[in-house]
Design a protein around this ligand. Structure first.
Ligand SMILES: O=C(O)CCC(=O)C(=O)O
Ligand SMILES: [Fe+2]
Length: 350
């Protein structure tokens, strides 16, 4: 079946066709298939940001340092983003995927021949032979403002564009706040990581994972680490996100109104490997669609990233080669993620 290869094909259409067998392009090789296990209580750490600008700053900084060292991912609560805005963002995202007729969705189709183009898509990687993810998405270019063109975003519900704009602004503030804390947790001035990146390039990607008749053979999103600096993610109450820790996949149990923070590859380089980017993936399930909204914060393509000098010494030499962010992105899309192989390729062997 060639359906998976057609530029107009979307996973939601396949899922709604009620097929018993899924097209072979979606079947993962045995070593990548998820092992579906029962309930586990384990979860990524949850950090309460209440009292951040007062007496709790020191203990919050310490908790963030530990979470960054051990997990590269954590929940934040009392993060300052209005709960109502999180709900509005989830509900307009769901509206696009569940209420728009397919032909209307296709009016916003992204350019299938270019990586990370804005709009409605399904296949992320340029490589023709990669296994396909059981996922559709809508990507918005939101910052800097020169990239923000709301006329390319869905026109319905009427407040769609306004909400995405507000959400983008709130996510930027939270990302700055967190990078400040992450810098401080390494004994550095709060502005250190932000100064190394410059102005944020921000994309907001809504991912929609339709129910899959064969969840044991597929992945909603293959194992990867995010290529930028920091990702802030919200999800509905359906499990699916998993983080790789100590050679095991740990399911991130959704915590209502919390935001998932995911450290990305440039932060691993800037911190000279003191903090690791989180390897993560999304699994599917047979009965319920799942929705997530990921907000990526990246450097500009022209920025050169390297370990910051404050974290380098005779006893702690640089562990990563300097990289131009544009080169990092193009190599990521050319080779595909396969876990953390792109950042691992920059490791210096001492
Ligand atoms: O849907 C999710 O939970 C994960 C999304 C993600 O990792 C990504 O878009 O990079
Ligand atoms: Fe990701």
């Amino acid at each position: 079946m060639e359906a998976g290869r057609s530029p107009a094909m979307r996973v939601q259409i396949l899922a709604e066709a009620d097929i018993a067998e899924i097209p072979c392009q979606y079947i993962q090789p045995p070593e990548n298939r998820p092992v579906i296990v029962g309930d586990s209580n384990e979860n990524i750490p949850a950090i309460d940001l209440f009292g951040l600008d007062g007496e709790h700053r020191k203990s919050i900084r310490k908790a963030i340092g530990e979470a960054c060292r051990e997990w590269g991912a954590f929940h934040v609560i009392n993060h300052g983003v209005p709960t109502q805005l999180l709900d509005q963002m989830r509900s307009l995202s769901l509206c696009f995927f569940s209420d728009y007729p397919f032909q209307d969705k296709l009016k916003y189709a992204c350019d299938p021949s270019s990586a990370a183009s804005e709009g409605y898509g399904s296949k992320m990687l340029v490589d023709k032979d990669s296994v396909l993810d059981w996922r559709d998405y809508f990507d918005h270019h939101t910052l800097p403002l020169s990239r923000r063109n709301p006329s390319r975003w869905p026109h319905y519900p009427p407040n769609y564009r306004e909400i995405v704009g507000k959400y983008s602004d709130e996510m930027k503030v939270l990302a700055q706040k967190l990078l400040g804390l992450i810098s401080e947790s390494l004994g550095l001035p709060s502005c250190c990581i932000e100064d190394a990146i410059g102005d944020f390039y921000q994309n907001i990607t809504i991912s929609y994972y339709p129910p899959c008749p064969r969840p044991e053979l597929t992945l909603g999103l293959q194992s990867h680490s995010d290529m930028g600096v920091i990702t802030l993610l919200i999800q509905d109450n359906v499990e699916g996100l998993q983080v790789f820790k100590d050679s095991q996949w740990v399911t991130v149990h959704p915590l209502s109104d919390a935001i998932v923070v995911i450290l990305s590859d440039q932060t691993e380089i800037i911190t000279n490997g003191k903090y690791k980017s989180a390897q993560h993936r999304a699994i599917t399930n047979a009965s319920r669609a799942r929705l997530s909204v990921a907000t990526f914060h990246d450097p500009a393509k022209t920025v050169k990233i390297s370990p910051i000098s404050e974290l380098i010494s005779k006893s702690c030499p640089p562990r990563y080669h300097e990289v131009n962010y544009a080169d990092y992105v193009s190599s990521w899309y050319r080779k595909g993620p396969q876990g953390k192989r792109n950042i691992d390729a920059l490791l210096i062997n001492h």
